[in-house]
Design a protein around this ligand. Structure first.
Ligand code: UDP
Length: 255
């Protein structure tokens, strides 16, 4: 029995109405998709691990002054978040070439970029999240010039901080995708917050010593060991749940 109203179901998460206005419950599923939904599967325990990994990263980012939608973790698979108006732009930061940029520009995977590169794509599954430039974002009104400037500086700050954080646990942050949303305060003031999640579903993480992939590329490229890779990231961050990532069904949100 589920008493809560579902407001959205995405590929890896479900959003339910939260206990108070302006809040939502974000439920992490084990479902995995790749190549714009053409490849589908499950990674057992992924939802539990991503819930814990994303909680950890969002808390660390809050500590350095990046506002996020995260309020608190509720249970193994759910976290309470602030409801935001999602900006329909995916922000990708790359430190090392991998994935789509290699195909698009003929760059060898693993090439270290001379400086971090920012890319934007328009969030639209039907169109396959096409790569867009800043001009598209402002021309079509997806974000203002000021918002784009803030999103860009926050994204580079997130990258600088997380490169160090992951390096401290023997992991190279190759690239990642983040999303931002608008929050309206009681006085109608608006500000931007980091939304969605930060987990091995949305970033590439390579072991410093072996270059072993510890992220969703294991699933995309059918390398096997995807659950173990996510567990290894959680273990190194010190957030592997004591009961293990099991809990296949998950539990009900606290109302
Ligand atoms: N990414 C994501 N969602 C997307 C597209 C990309 O989370 O819809 C992440 C992906 O996991 C990687 C980074 O953004 O860490 C760069 O992805 P890329 O453009 O290389 O696309 P891919 O090769 O994953 O199709």
């Amino acid at each position: 029995m589920n008493r809560r109203r579902q407001v959205y179901e995405g590929k890896a998460k479900v959003l339910f109405e939260g206990p108070e206005p302006g809040t939502l419950v974000q439920y992490f599923k084990d479902d995995a998709t790749a190549f714009n939904n053409q490849k589908k599967g499950t990674i057992t325990g992924k939802g539990v691990l991503n819930n814990h990994i994303s909680e950890y990263i969002m808390l660390r980012l809050e500590e350095i002054g990046i506002p996020t939608h995260f309020v608190r973790r509720l249970n193994m698979r759910e976290q309470l978040i602030r409801e935001v108006e999602i900006i329909p732009v995916e922000v990708i930061i790359r430190n090392t070439a991998a994935g789509s940029i290699c195909k698009r520009l003929g760059i060898v995977e693993g090439t270290v970029l001379p400086r971090a590169l920012i890319e934007f794509s328009y969030k639209d599954d039907d169109l396959g999240d096409p790569l867009v430039g800043e001009e598209h974002i402002t021309t079509f009104g997806w974000a203002t010039h000021q918002e784009l400037e803030d999103i860009t500086s926050m994204s580079f700050r997130i990258n600088d901080y997380l490169c160090g954080l992951f390096m401290g646990i023997g992991i190279k942050l190759i690239d990642f995708k983040v999303e931002f949303g608008r929050v309206y305060e009681d006085d109608h003031q608006m500000h931007l917050v980091l939304a969605d999640e930060f987990s091995p579903d949305n970033c590439r993480l390579w072991d410093v010593e072996t270059n072993e992939k510890l992220d969703k590329d294991r699933f995309r490229r059918e390398l096997g060991g995807e659950a173990e890779a996510y567990q290894e990231v959680a273990r190194r961050l010190g957030v592997l749940p004591e009961s293990g990532p099991g809990d296949p069904k998950g539990s009900e949100a606290v109302q």
